[in-house]
Design a protein around this ligand. Structure first.
Ligand SMILES: Cc1cc2nc3c(=O)[nH]c(=O)nc-3n(C[C@H](O)[C@H](O)[C@H](O)COP(=O)(O)O)c2cc1C
Length: 360
């Protein structure tokens, strides 16, 4: 997920900036995170002319559009705002006022793309939470009129300087963990895997996809062959933009992510890649193979090969990723033709002896 964390204070190295840093450190392992500070932008005050009510555009030309550009980039916006006189700082308020062209209370109005999620963090020096709640309410009011869905918030009282945050880190990390849990479907950008030992026992360590696996840590991989009652298999062609094996044909497959088991991973991969909803009771593991070090490279995966019976519809527009260019039901000889033409992923050659054992 693309996460924009905005320092809504004009102070670039104060307590607000420190919270932005802690949030970024927490989220950037699994998300694409960008930081901006309101003070990096020139924002004029709104003049209240209401021209935008008719034109959906502001008569002024400054940096507001640049911040909106960052909003447009993001799937999630996290606004971190201190209390200045029991409210948001003036610079942030000036920005919000200038977002009136995007405000959904009048037509025509400009629009950022839909589906964005908004989070708020408020901090203050005084002890009472009510003032934080007021700041959060201001930010959420703004999100609401921008059609950004308000998802969660955090108030931090008794904070003046960044040193005051040393004992508050846990609350901020907890907030980030909640955000992660609420956005699980977007993990693939920076997939996290559970690590297992050679005996398939969890070892209590996470692994970020793409990083070097430890020599003693294995991860679960699923290959998912989907067969209909005619005995044909659902075979997919990898999209042209895939870094490995572009446009080659294969079965559904991928890595099991943190918190999943092999079955849930198989069902999720089918949903993501070809948009089909497999039923757990229709699947079985045909065999499992463990790969270790091959030609000096650590593979360390435990591969479950699944076979699912499925007679439902296949509509690629239901897929939640663009990993697959097309999905086609094929019989054994059609699959063989693709193999012989070197158009099938070569590591799947076991199909003919282990999956479709009965020659037709
Ligand atoms: C101009 C100004 C006004 C402030 N007003 C309040 C206030 O009304 N209530 C409060 O609890 N803290 C208030 N504070 C304290 C800030 O909310 C607090 O120090 C916060 O940590 C500042 O973060 P920053 O340095 O990143 O901007 C104020 C600070 C400043 C600079």
């Amino acid at each position: 997920m693309k996460v924009l964390v905005m320092n809504c204070s004009p102070v670039r190295n104060g307590a607000t900036a420190e919270i932005v840093k802690i949030v970024t450190d927490c989220l950037e392992k699994r998300h694409d995170v960008k930081n901006i500070c309101i003070d990096d932008y020139d924002i004029n005050f709104c003049k209240g002319c209401r021209t935008c009510h008719n034109t959906a555009k502001c008569v002024q030309n400054d940096d507001v559009g640049r911040i909106i550009g960052q909003y447009e980039w993001a799937d999630i916006v996290i606004s971190v705002s201190p209390s200045y006189w029991a409210d948001i700082p003036g610079q942030f308020k000036a920005f919000i006022d200038r977002c009136t062209p995007w405000c959904n209370t009048h037509d025509p109005h400009a629009k950022i793309s839909s589906g964005k999620k908004g989070y708020s963090i408020a901090l203050r020096t005084g002890p009472g939470m009510r003032e934080c709640e007021r700041i959060i309410a201001s930010i959420e009011h703004f999100y609401g009129h921008m059609d950004i869905k308000c998802c969660d918030s955090l108030g931090l009282c008794s904070v003046e300087y960044k040193e005051d945050l040393e004992c508050r880190r846990e609350e901020i990390v907890e907030f980030c963990n909640r955000l992660d849990q609420m956005n699980p479907e977007h993990v693939p950008d920076a997939e996290i895997w559970d690590l297992y030992n050679e005996n398939r026992e969890l070892i209590g360590k996470d692994h970020v996809r793409g990083e070097q696996l430890p020599i003693d840590g294995y991860h679960l991989v699923v290959h998912v062959w989907i067969r209909n009652s005619k005995g044909d298999y659902l075979i997919s062609q990898r999209s042209a933009n895939r870094p490995a094996y572009p446009l080659m044909w294969e079965c559904v497959g991928g890595s099991v992510v943190k918190g999943e088991n092999s079955l849930l991973g198989a069902i999720r991969e089918a949903r993501e890649e070809v948009g089909v909803e497999l039923k757990p009771e229709n699947g079985k593991v045909l065999f499992t193979k463990t790969r270790k070090v091959i030609d000096g490279r650590i593979y360390n995966d435990i591969m479950d090969v699944w076979l699912f019976e499925y007679d439902g519809e296949v509509d690629l527009s239901n897929a939640t990723t663009d990993e697959v260019a097309q999905a086609v039901w094929m019989n054994r000889s059609q699959i063989k033709e693709l193999f012989d033409a070197n158009m099938f992923v070569d590591t799947l050659g076991y199909f003919f002896t282990e999956v479709d054992k009965k020659r037709r």
